[in-house]
Design a protein. Structure first.
Length: 60
């Protein structure tokens, strides 16, 4: 996965269906873990992690 990814790319990487990935990404966005880079798009949204998630990952 690169700095930004589409839900389909994440699904392919993890072997999951895109609709399941999208639902989880929505929850992660609500928690401030990820953000949409092109929120106005319904298809082909790009996702990236936030500084908050980088901080969390640094603690692990």
């Amino acid at each position: 996965m690169t700095e930004t990814s589409k839900s389909s790319e994440i699904g392919n990487l993890l072997g999951l269906k895109t609709n399941h990935v999208s639902a989880n990404l929505k929850e992660l966005k609500e928690m401030g873990i990820i953000q949409y880079l092109n929120e106005d798009k319904k298809k082909g949204r790009l996702y990236c992690i936030t500084s908050r998630s980088k901080t969390i990952l640094g603690l692990l």
